[in-house]
Design a protein around this ligand. Structure first.
Ligand code: ATP
Ligand code: MG
Length: 195
């Protein structure tokens, strides 16, 4: 069985994430995509705005209705800073029969050489990379042992980010269709990102 892990801060999860996950699943021949919110992402200067629990609930709402998507709470449940290598080692021990890959957008592809223990990571798994507006998918400068582990798959450019959605929420600008309807309702009810 082949599983793609789509990690993220998901603050909040949006349609860009879901399109990326679905394209990776289809183009990458994956049996399932596991949506895995990070607890504290190592690469972001600011802490997430929503709590881990709220981000988790939004991921669960977003995954509803797609039998190939499964929310997983490994990193949220573990707490602390979420390093991918720790998660990968845990997954490989827990699910020895599953082949794992990581699904990442172009901004993360660019950033790969700086991932904590990237040399160990690329020994274990490969990456599925997707285009994202504003970020180059030029890997020619990347060292070969990393580049060889990244498979690029086609993706319609989707100019949606959690940062932009938070900014829209602050201005009381509706975000309908940029996030799944249930995620939009959850943000309303919980007054997320209003201040
Ligand atoms: P923020 O603006 O808070 O950083 P984000 O929209 O970048 O949020 P993240 O949770 O940081 O979302 O991203 C999780 C993963 O999803 C990353 O691998 C990122 O590259 C990818 N991703 C997010 N948005 C898109 C998009 N619009 N197109 C392609 N990939 C995306
Ligand atoms: Mg991001």
């Amino acid at each position: 069985m082949l599983v793609g892990i789509m990690g993220g801060t998901f603050d909040p999860i949006h349609t860009g994430h879901l399109i990326a996950a679905e394209r990776a699943r289809v183009e990458g021949g994956l049996d399932e995509v596991w949506l895995m919110p990070a607890n504290v992402p190592p690469h972001k200067p600011n802490a997430p705005r929503a709590t881990s629990q709220q981000r988790w609930e939004m991921v669960c709402l977003a995954a509803e209705g797609n039998p190939f998507f499964r929310p997983v709470d490994i990193e949220i449940g573990k707490g602390g800073v979420s390093y991918s290598i720790d998660t990968i080692e845990l997954l490989m021990k827990q699910y020895p029969d599953i082949g794992f890959s990581y699904i990442i957008g172009a901004d993360m592809v660019q950033y790969l050489p700086q991932w904590h223990r990237i040399d160990d990571i690329v020994r274990h798994i490969h990456f599925i990379g997707l285009a994202r507006p504003g970020y180059e998918l030029d890997m020619t400068k990347m060292s070969e042992h990393i580049r060889n582990r990244v498979k690029l798959v086609p993706m319609p450019l989707v100019e949606i980010s959690s940062t932009a959605i938070r900014a829209m929420r602050q201005k009381h600008d509706p975000v309908r269709y940029l996030v799944p309807e249930k995620v939009s309702q959850f943000m309303e009810v919980n007054h997320l990102y209003e201040t």
